[in-house]
Design a binder for this molecule. Structure first.
Ligand SMILES: [Fe+2]
Length: 188
């Protein structure tokens, strides 16, 4: 059975491993193997959410519910991350800084579906979108302090690097959620 308490405790144990991101990826993959158990603990995704399940200087665990149609601009974490999905779809586009330091170059993309669990390296830069007409349920685990770590975001791949702003991220969530709800009302 999946419980937040046990999952967080396992992640904390995994931090002691030689490659914690690999150990955490295995834990996340295991947790994603039964989406119904996750829904039983976290609820069925029905509204955009960015919920902190655990937060310390070494480890952050978030429950992210991506609203339909959201497209979050490129950003980095400056720490390893593991992303797991228990419903819907999360499209990741990866980037690296261009040589001129004036923006980003696209390096690849990966569609994530329910049951998937991937690890992102410390220097990863990604943009995230939910292309589906349903909410996406995800668990994101970070090897550090997600909220306090100094890092960057880019309004678009062509934009200048700017300090990461978590409040702006929350606004993007809220706006996408409102857009989706308005669209639902207008289509009945
Ligand atoms: Fe991210």
């Amino acid at each position: 059975m999946f419980t937040v308490e046990e999952f967080v405790a396992s992640c904390q144990e995994a931090l002691k491993e030689h490659t914690p991101e690999q150990a955490v990826q295995e834990l996340v993959a295991q947790a994603m193997s039964d989406p119904l158990e996750l829904e039983a603990e976290l609820g069925t995704p029905t509204a955009a959410k960015l919920t902190t399940l655990h937060h310390s200087s070494e480890l952050t665990v978030l429950n992210i519910i991506w609203p339909p149609g959201i497209a979050l601009y490129p950003h980095e974490h400056n720490m390893w991350a593991v992303i797991g999905l228990y419903g819907g779809q999360e499209d990741n586009t990866f980037y690296t800084r261009n040589k001129e330091g004036t923006g980003l170059i696209r390096t690849g993309a990966q569609e994530l579906h329910s049951h998937d669990a991937i690890a992102l390296a410390k220097d990863a830069i990604h943009a995230v979108a939910n292309p589906r007409s349903e909410y996406t349920g995800a668990i994101h685990v970070y090897g550090g302090d997600f909220f306090e770590e100094p890092r960057s975001q880019w309004a678009s791949a062509e934009s200048e690097e700017a300090p990461y702003n978590v409040e702006q991220v929350r606004r993007v969530f809220q706006m996408a959620n409102e857009r989706w709800l308005a669209q639902q009302e207008s289509t009945g």
